[in-house]
Design a protein around this ligand. Sequence first.
Ligand code: GRF
Length: 189
Amino acid sequence: MKIALLASGTGSNVEAILQAHEEKQFDAEPAFVFSDRPNASVLDKAKRYGVPVHTLRPRDFDSKQQYEEALLHLLEKYDIQWVILAGYMRLLGATIVEPYARRIVNIHPSLLPEFPGLDAVGQALNAGAEETGVTIHYVDAGMDTGEVIRQKRVPIMPGETNGSLEEKIKQVEHQLYPETLQNLFRKGF
Ligand code: GRF
């Protein structure tokens, strides 16, 4: 079963999935890594694992729909069954969401529905929350609104900084994402 990984930035979650695959803990085949940012360091990580990379810059297209049609063409060309978002910083439109309904998964650094959107870690700190966490969810047309698949809590300690909290969250993510996807694909829904 083939999956595509979509990311815009560092790609530590992509790396965790590629590592799990290399260690035979993750059965689905990461067919390619896609980024909307040609300089994203996730692309170097993918190449280190020998995984093909593709990039498309939205600004090279006349509309979001045309950009997503090009992305959809890539997904179809590789016969991709699941689309995995890991720090992909764009809202997916109907061009992708409709044909891949309940076949797109995202990871978000909060306990959704709390703190959706950008800077979820900063939002939790600013709100004075005592805990936040990680959510893995299906993607629909909204911003972090799709059905929750799995969540895990992360406590916020006194004196916590943005950096320390982000690090704790990422540690949880790197374990939770490959494991949850593996279970999801095995159950086949
Ligand atoms: C992660 O915290 C993820 O939850 C969010 O974006 C971040 C991506 O980090 N959607 P990385 O690029 O995987 O390091």
